[in-house]
Design a protein around this ligand. Structure first.
Ligand code: PLP
Length: 414
């Protein structure tokens, strides 16, 4: 019996670290017995509905999303205009004015959208220098991660994850009944991917997918070019998530290489650079032989009329996008300098639109809660343990930086 077969038939077992098996959520005895599946002799009233739920979904830990703006406003008893939201790496400037014009004048909201997002893909093709045939648009980059896993994973297939990193890679892998192998990054401040460890894990576990992120969320570090070259030589599909690429000065997108490589997939999004997080548009470049299958599993109308119009309108104003990008990069430097002046803050250099910051002499959770009480929302990590003493602050406008610095000053003087 092969290792893959054994794992596939032990749904609570996932791999963590260098091949050390670990379980997703600990299951209850109820979970074990539930999968004897409802007997056909039972009446519908006697059924236990959860018996119908797939075993690995019962064991799935729910993803913790951010608290919606309106809910937050109610919880904090403050209008949204008085909340400084720096927890989800959104773009505080929003999209260019052309987007609002486009949304106001949508002509056919009652007609289904183009299932192939042809006009948007044509614009992206000329911007990214990738043939439209290699591009697919999704309801955010998030959807593309899930679509790819749906196409590639058989139950129990392995995926390499490089934590600390974006949580959706492991979450979507579990949803698709994959086994996640964590190969941890090196220590702060570089958070460099462990190329030797990944090579060993590939040799040992024969995974199908490797997730890489540049710049990485949550620390903002970028991939070293030679590391990436080595990793691209491995016999796996390499998913290179470039959600924050526009904010980096030292890392250049690899999207144009996708058509010439067999195993490179590059993901991008309109959420960060174009201020369209709420509208949900992302895109990916996929190798020729793979993209056909992504098309097959995609819901036909995954990108709404509004999303396609908004994304095209955003692309029509590159000057605005560049200007906003420059403002954020400039503010990142100022925020970094100001954070460094607090004894209890140790910010890490970032090439993205957020800064990860180690908190010393106080708990990170305390800082998060204290700022929240002042209407400033930041991200705090209870796990993984390498960053459980860290907060992540999205780069906002200059006045947002001022508010956060005033908040930290008042916390430190108490
Ligand atoms: C690394 C990374 N990739 C992808 C996404 C999701 O992008 P989208 O909003 O397009 O789904 C995020 C969102 O925070 C992210 O941090």
């Amino acid at each position: 019996m092969s290792a893959r077969f054994r794992l596939a038939h032990n749904p609570k077992m996932y791999l963590n670290g260098r091949g050390v098996p670990h379980r997703q959520k600990s299951s209850t005895s109820r979970t074990n017995s539930s999968h004897s599946r409802a007997k056909s002799s039972r009446t519908s009233n006697e059924l236990i509905t959860t018996d119908f739920v797939r075993k690995h979904i019962i064991n799935l830990q729910p993803y913790t999303p951010i608290i919606p703006f309106e809910v937050l406003s109610e919880q904090l008893q403050r209008p949204t205009s008085e909340i400084i939201k720096l927890d989800a790496n959104e773009n505080p400037y929003g999209p260019p004015p052309e987007v609002y014009d486009a949304l106001r004048t949508v002509t056919y909201p009652h007609i289904y959208p183009d299932p192939e997002s042809r006009r948007l893909r044509a614009m992206l093709s000329s911007e990214c220098k990738v043939p439209a045939e290699n591009l697919l648009v999704g309801c955010g980059a998030d959807e593309l991660i899930d679509l790819l896993l749906r196409v590639v994973l058989e139950p129990g297939d392995k995926v390499i994850n490089t934590p600390p990193t974006f949580g959706m890679y492991s979450f979507d892998s579990y949803i698709n009944d994959g086994c996640v192998i964590d190969v941890k990054r090196g220590p702060a401040p570089s958070f460099r991917v462990d190329v030797d460890g990944i090579e060993r894990a590939v040799a040992e576990h024969n995974p199908k997918i490797l997730f890489l992120t540049s710049p990485n969320n949550p620390d903002g570090s970028v991939l070293d070019e030679s590391d990436l070259e080595r990793l691209l030589c491995l016999p796996v599909l390499v998913v290179l998530d470039e959600a924050y690429v526009e904010f980096s000065s030292s890392y250049t997108s690899r999207i144009a290489e996708v058509p010439n490589r067999k195993n490179l997939i590059v993901l991008r999004t309109f959420s960060k650079r174009a201020g369209l997080a709420g509208i949900r548009v992302g895109y990916g470049a996929f190798p020729n032989e793979l993209i056909e299958f992504i098309w097959r599993v995609k819901q036909p109308y995954n990108v709404s009329v509004i999303a396609e119009e908004a994304a095209m309108a955003a692309l029509s104003n590159p000057t605005y996008l560049q200007d906003v990008r420059d403002k954020i990069v400039c503010e990142r430097a100022r925020l970094f300098t100001l954070l460094s002046q607090f004894d209890f803050m140790d910010p890490f250099p970032s090439e993205s639109n957020f800064i990860l910051c180690r908190v010393t002499g106080a708990s990170a959770e305390f800082i998060k809660k204290s700022l929240l009480a002042r209407g400033i929302v930041i991200r705090y990590y209870s796990s993984p343990k390498e960053i459980s003493d860290c907060i992540r602050i999205s780069v906002g406008r200059p006045e947002d930086t001022d508010a956060i610095i005033a908040g930290l000053t008042s916390i430190s003087s108490k």
